[in-house]
Design a protein around this ligand. Sequence first.
Ligand code: GYE
Length: 340
Amino acid sequence: MNKRFLSTIAFAGAAAFALAGCSTETGSTGSSSSTAEAESTGGSDAAASDVITVGFAQTGAESGWRSANTDSMKAAFSEDNGFELIFNAADNDPAAQISAVRNFINQGVDAIVIAPVVEDGWDDVLQEAADAGIPVVLEDRTVSASEDLYASWVGLDFHAEGVKAGEWAAAEFGDTETNMVVLEGTTGSAPANERAAGFDEAIAGTGITTIDSQTGDFTRDGGKSVMEGYIANYGLDGIDLVYAHNDDMGLGAIEAIESAGGVPGEDIKIVTIDAVKDGMQALVDGKINYIVECNPLLGEQAAQIVKDVLAGTAVEKAYYVEDQAFTQEQAAEVIDTRPY
Ligand code: GYE
């Protein structure tokens, strides 16, 4: 697979300041009754035939990362940029997301963009899109289906993110006997699978032991309730480290630790992934110890890929966007300039 690393700085600025464009919500059930509503309502000089109709099947609205990603997509797939966007958020239900994609196929959209909730189960509907001659571009998460079934993907290297988080933990704890609990992302999702694997590789041979690992579904509430269970089972003293697959679950864990009378970031160290605003603030406040970035501003790249694919311009199968990582001190330096 070709890896091409793109700098996101230019995209970040553009996406942060662009206004959200014309978009149509199809609701959380993926109802296809929105074709009429999806009509453009002015503001564009483009002839109707030049407008690119795109169905975007988003995972849901589970996290701060997801909100920033949705905003970026809506800004890029705007009427001013020549698009008519039909937006669907599947509430993290894989079946609902597949049915939303089927609805897009039935509506005869020009292209479909998917942020797949889970990796598996995509073969049939991707084949249906291919049979209908509708190109599919993936953004954010990946699928296990053959790459012949989609045109391209743009997103982050989740495995590398897990490695970076694990390298921090390995350096922080070394040979010291350390009890770690994990707050996993959505079961079966690419970031949950790959962030787990990368982290485990990086901590191999250290004194860190995973004493428990459960899904918090990438949500703040999920992270909080799983952490409450961990504290009930192991006690605050029995846990040294939390690895949360995203900031929101880490923020939920902070609430749970504080309600139990503990001091997050001190009694229990926390490492997370995303670097969204609330996470970075908690890092600056000393409640999180390290954050690996996952850039959600993928809209500009996704829109360009769709245009290229429809124009017959060759595209790569995969576009990786680079991530950074932040200590508490580094977070304090950059927090005011972050676009999300
Ligand atoms: O880390 C998490 C979101 O797929 C990379 O999904 C994305 C993840 C992100 O819910 O916050």
